[in-house]
Write a protein that binds this ligand. Structure first.
Ligand code: ATP
Ligand code: MG
Length: 389
């Protein structure tokens, strides 16, 4: 008898000839999440098996696996020989644990993938049900809403388990290339990064800070948020860009109502250059249509005009409430709402344009020679490798 973790994966099945690549990346993601657990990860017939995790750490390992993209679900299971008595014993032990001496209802779910096993699925369910009823006097069968599910799968071995814990879904990290996330200290951008990483992207992250207008605490907060996202997305290259000089130049020399959009354009310009150096092919932001003046359709067009790369905005059609609920689920919300100053909020104009025009904004931007400032900011950019596993 061995305690293992059974890992199911979903959408990868659709990938035809690329399937081995997706499976390899999924296993890489699992190995990364289980670093330090002493686990051995093995794939067989469309399933992944995790061996070697000590019993007292099974729950933690299971929790770590719920953050691996590409995992559909996980079941802590017992593996035994395909021997009837061994199967009944393991099922009885599991039932006993789940019932804890209480009167409970149960149902057996059997699946025979190994057709050489002498009993078919129906017979296994029936016979195992009988055997359990004989052993436990206060147990009853309920086929509609059982309190205890006893699942049996007959494959290379027999696997017996009670729970199926939902995984994060999505595509394995590293199957979709790299993109650069513009991360602020707010609620939206970490969620945007999470959602794009969920589709298989590896992330670089770019944060702009305006010391001394923004504090070291605000910067630490962004590092923490990046770490929280990296629990799912894997290691993230976080670039910290000093933005004060550019921001002051915009503030002092450009039309006040255009400062926010101009600032957004310069952030995009710098982020694009960093992305290119990191081998990223797209930018990601946490913008949602209409959320603030800089996120009207016109403003987004003006922002996009500053760069050539595609800009992914996975939250574009989301309400704040929906974003908050994801942030809570992935564990970034509590950090995001800590009080802080962001460089966007420090220099925010009283009456920002809501319908900026591309030509007009290009002209305003040309009033200042930003190129040397952009270059200086890039030179002084710090790189942190953030790994939250
Ligand atoms: P968030 O909650 O992510 O801060 P927001 O609703 O506050 O978003 P804005 O401040 O307008 O919206 O920012 C829009 C997007 O621009 C953010 O989601 C993020 O992608 C990017 N951004 C804003 N500030 C910064 C910053 N200091 N560094 C890097 N990216 C930023
Ligand atoms: Mg913000």
């Amino acid at each position: 008898m061995e305690q293992i973790l059974l890992v199911r994966y979903g959408e990868i099945h659709l990938k035809g000839l690329n399937r081995p690549f997706f499976e390899r990346k999924l296993i890489e993601g699992i190995n990364n999440a289980l670093r330090g657990f002493g686990a051995t990860v093995r794939r067989e017939q469309g399933r992944i098996y995790v061996h070697g995790v000590s019993e007292d750490r099974i729950e933690d390992a299971c929790d770590a696996l719920t953050r691996v993209f590409g995992v559909h679900s996980i079941s802590p299971a017992v593996a035994v020989e395909k021997d009837w008595d061994a199967i009944v014993d393991a099922a009885a032990r599991l039932t006993e644990q789940a019932a804890g001496g209480q009167a409970k209802t149960f149902k057996v779910y059997a699946r025979r993938s190994d057709k050489r096993f002498p009993m078919n699925s129906e017979a296994i369910s029936r016979e195992l049900g009988h055997a359990l009823l004989q052993r436990f006097a206060n147990l009853k069968v309920d086929v509609h809403a059982p309190e205890i599910k006893v699942c049996v799968e007959i494959r290379e071995q027999a696997f017996i388990y009670a729970d199926e814990i939902m995984g994060a879904g999505g595509m394995p990290t590293g199957t979709a290339g790299r993109a650069a996330l513009l991360i602020s200290g707010g609620i939206d951008s970490p969620v945007a990064g999470y959602l794009m990483a969920k589709r298989g992207l590896v992330l670089s992250a770019v944060h702009f800070y305006s010391y001394p207008y923004t504090s070291a605490r605000a910067r630490d907060k962004v590092v923490t948020l990046t770490r929280l996202v990296s629990r799912y997305a894997g290691p993230i290259r976080l670039h910290l860009v000093p933005f004060t000089e550019i921001q002051l130049a915009i503030y002092e020399k450009c039309p006040p109502k255009e400062t926010t959009v101009l600032m957004r354009r310069l952030m995009m310009r710098i982020a694009e250059q960093i992305a290119q150096k990191d081998g990223a092919l797209a930018l990601i932001t946490g913008e949602a249509l209409g959320q603030v003046a800089s996120q009207t359709l016109e403003s987004l067009c003006v922002t996009d005009d500053a760069v050539n790369m595609p800009v992914f905005r996975p939250l574009i059609g989301f309400d704040k409430e929906e974003i908050v609920s994801i942030a809570k689920r992935i564990g970034t919300f509590e950090t995001s709402i800590l009080p802080y100053e962001d460089c966007c909020t420090v220099f925010v104009p009283q009456h920002p344009v809501t319908k900026p025009e591309v030509e007009k904004l290009r002209e305003s931007e040309a009033m200042v020679d930003f190129t040397p400032m952009v270059e200086a900011a890039l030179v002084r950019t710090e790189l942190l490798l953030v790994d939250g596993v």
